[in-house]
Write a protein that binds this ligand. Structure first.
Ligand code: MG
Length: 388
């Protein structure tokens, strides 16, 4: 691999709505670098790559250099089109004339590695067009649109699932792009090369080189990169009024007054849920369980905490340990602490030793000290992984 005249078109022109993320999926953070930055970095680190052209939605072009960051290779930008083939055409137009071999890569495949890039460059130089692919592992059925009946079982050993980077000599990619511009629809460039009558070589792809498409893909990719633990804090306070039940982590404390609130006012669960959401930058309980939503009227704190644990597990996080301080003048908390800790441990999927709950009074000072309110502080350490 001595030819340094390889260029890469990285297609990031789409909005990635299927991933259901607030930002376009190519800009989702994976452990400190975005999906796009990781895809660019994989090629930037390859010695044969001289130029990278990143195709972005036109509205993102003004910030494109900041979105990609510094690169060793020459990095250029082009505006994405409505269809993939329009984006690739724009990328090819921006590619310098001296580039002889051009790879086309989905930005949403940040796991591409040097060995796969090597295989694709070598085959592109050999054959003119190459697609990496992995064999289908499932049995494949043909089902006509609009009629859920199988018409054929396709022999599995003939089915290969195409990946990127796909590689082309400049001449073949130009022919493929010209065919796309003439009105031929295609889902990838190899398909256009096929339709242009060019031989397309298949090289082994990589099972790890998956495309980030769904919210589940985003979560799994985050888990792969996001391995550092995260810490968060939470705080809650409720006014104490007569006639309400005093509940802490699902444990009822016999007392004449209890917390006022839209929910049951369980300060332990509320502060803890906030600490867990805070640790992973996922907002707070008010954002996930609005206090004007009738579904959460009178919801038990322990139930709310359990739902928070599930939401966080879906994002790929679980608690490693938690520590809570409850500030309450009366009644005494100590007799109830074992039950409170056991309840929390069960919901969090932790051992009791990993769940700390401590009680304090406010020494008669301020509203909490006068017994007009109950408060709690919580700290949670979150680590990657689903609930145990
Ligand atoms: Mg609260």
């Amino acid at each position: 691999m001595t030819d340094a005249r390889v260029g890469v078109i990285i297609v990031a022109g789409g909005r990635g709505v299927r991933a259901g993320t607030a930002v376009p999926k190519q800009l989702v953070d994976l452990g400190g670098r975005t999906v796009l930055q990781r895809s660019v970095a994989a090629f930037d680190a390859h010695p044969a790559v001289a130029t990278v052209v990143v195709v972005l939605p036109p509205d993102l072009l003004p910030e494109a250099p900041a979105l990609v960051g510094p690169t060793r290779a020459v990095c250029l930008f082009a505006p994405g089109g409505t269809r993939r083939q329009d984006s690739v055409r724009a990328g090819l137009a921006a590619m310098p004339a001296e580039i002889a071999v051009i790879l086309v890569h989905d930005a949403a495949r940040p796991f591409v590695d040097a060995a796969l890039i090597d295989r694709v460059i070598a085959a592109a130089e050999r054959t003119g067009a190459v697609v990496p692919a992995v064999p289908a592992r499932d049995t494949v059925k043909r089902v006509p649109a609009g009629r859920p009946l199988v018409t054929e079982t396709i022999p599995r050993d003939e089915i290969w699932l195409a990946q990127t980077p796909q590689g082309f000599t400049r001449e073949v990619l130009e022919a493929a792009v010209a065919l796309g511009a003439s009105g031929v629809e295609a889902t990838d460039e190899a398909m256009l090369a096929e339709k242009a009558g060019r031989p397309v070589e298949v090289v082994p792809g990589d099972e790890r080189n998956g495309k980030i498409t769904t919210a589940d893909d985003v979560m799994k990719a985050k888990q792969q990169f996001d391995t550092a633990p995260r810490v968060g804090t939470g705080y809650d306070l409720h006014r104490l009024v007569e006639g309400r039940t005093l509940v802490l982590a699902g444990e009822v404390l016999p007392f004449a007054a209890g917390p006022l609130g839209h929910s049951d006012g369980d300060v332990v669960c509320h502060a803890l849920a906030d600490a867990m959401f805070g640790a992973v930058g996922a907002g707070d309980i008010g954002q996930h369980f609005s206090n004007i939503d009738p579904r959460w009227k009178d919801i038990a704190g322990l139930d709310l905490l359990g739902r928070s644990v599930t939401l966080l597990a879906e994002r790929g996080w679980r608690a490693a340990n938690v520590d809570v301080t409850v500030i309450l003048e009366r009644p005494k908390l100590v007799p109830h602490l074992p039950a409170i800790r056991a309840n929390l441990a069960a919901v969090l999927g932790l051992a009791v030793e990993q769940v700390s709950v401590k009680g304090k009074t406010n020494e008669g000072v301020d509203a909490v000290g006068r017994g007009e309110a109950i408060a709690a502080h919580a700290v949670a350490l979150m680590v990657p992984g689903a609930r145990p």
